[in-house]
Write a protein that binds this ligand. Structure first.
Ligand code: ADP
Ligand code: MG
Length: 284
């Protein structure tokens, strides 16, 4: 049974896109594997403090779509057999800047460039650890680019009497870079627009109205600075299916169509529930 699914890939390579698709897929599978009761309840609440065995206080809510809203938070879906969780940097409010090792981009009070990223990893680790169990399926969306980090997660899964698997999101460096450049450009345009609006507003009575608006920035669309992005690609440690901690290893590439995607997701579902589910039935 592999209930921790570690998504990994280059920055802006499509990890979140695939993680959301996988979440939706698993959600429908755990929904249909529970013949007895309860449609899935989606709670948009902060991460569950502890694993509470299927308390269904909420009525069936929202379509079973993956976390697609801009302000997505750690998500949990509960069925009689499984709870499904989505954890990412965004759900934990971890900014892209924590990966930036260039000293000139550091806030003055920070001990060292690495410290921010270490703290971020500790937060992810805690969030995963809090929910991990053989009944809790965790989609961990993130760079997860350090071999030793994936090893740590692998060990933690074992500790929780479950196992981990890795979903590698494959994408050429050039395409991924293009995505980040597109986001940088959009961010720049937005900033320019905002500045202009502020200037215009300053000379009119609408100044306050414009000022009072909260920024509608989607953290999911936040670009990496070019140096941060390039450095992350440089540091990226490809998963290796020959190692225990990177296996089973599943791969999806950018151009994989829906049929191929579903096939890989079905394999992941088998790794999560196939054998494990059978064992559970047999066991007295
Ligand atoms: P990451 O989470 O790795 O930073 P995202 O999932 O946010 O990457 O994807 C970045 C952009 O690329 C998004 O705008 C998304 O729509 C697009 N994208 C990602 N994967 C694909 C794909 N397989 N086919 C087409 N577009 C994709
Ligand atoms: Mg992402």
């Amino acid at each position: 049974v592999c209930t921790l699914i570690i998504v990994t890939g280059l920055p802006t390579s499509g990890k979140t896109t695939r993680a959301r698709q996988l979440y939706a897929y698993l959600e429908s599978r755990i929904g249909s594997s529970s013949s007895s009761v309860s449609p899935d309840s989606l709670s948009n609440s902060p991460p569950p403090q502890q694993a509470e065995p299927q308390q269904q206080s909420q009525p069936p809510s929202q379509p079973t779509s993956p976390p697609s809203t801009p302000q997505l938070q750690t998500k949990t879906t509960t069925s009689p057999h499984y709870r499904l969780h989505y954890i990412s940097d965004t759900t934990l409010s971890i900014s892209r800047t924590v990966y930036d090792l260039s000293p000139e981009n550091l806030p003055a009070h920070v001990r060292s460039a690495n410290a921010l990223e270490k703290d971020a990893r500790a937060a992810v680790y805690a969030a995963v650890k809090r929910v991990l169990s053989p009944r809790d399926i965790v989609v961990l969306d993130g760079l997860n680019y350090i071999k030793g980090w994936r090893y740590q997660l692998f060990c933690e899964a074992k500790n929780a009497r479950t196992a981990s698997c890795v979903l590698q999101v494959g994408c050429s460096v050039d395409r991924a870079r293009g995505v980040n450049e597109g986001r940088l450009k959009r961010q720049e345009e937005k900033r320019a627009k905002k500045e202009k609006a502020t200037e215009d507003a300053a000379s009119s009575a609408e100044a306050e109205a414009a000022d009072g608006k909260p920024a509608d920035d989607d953290p999911e669309q936040e670009p990496y600075t070019p140096s941060n992005w390039e450095n992350l690609v440089f540091r990226y440690e490809e998963p290796n299916a020959m190692t225990r901690w990177d296996s089973p290893l599943f791969t999806l590439v950018w151009d994989d169509d829906e049929a191929q995607t579903r096939q890989v997701f079905a394999q992941i579902w088998d790794a999560v529930a196939g054998e494990g589910a059978a064992k559970r039935v047999i066991r007295p």
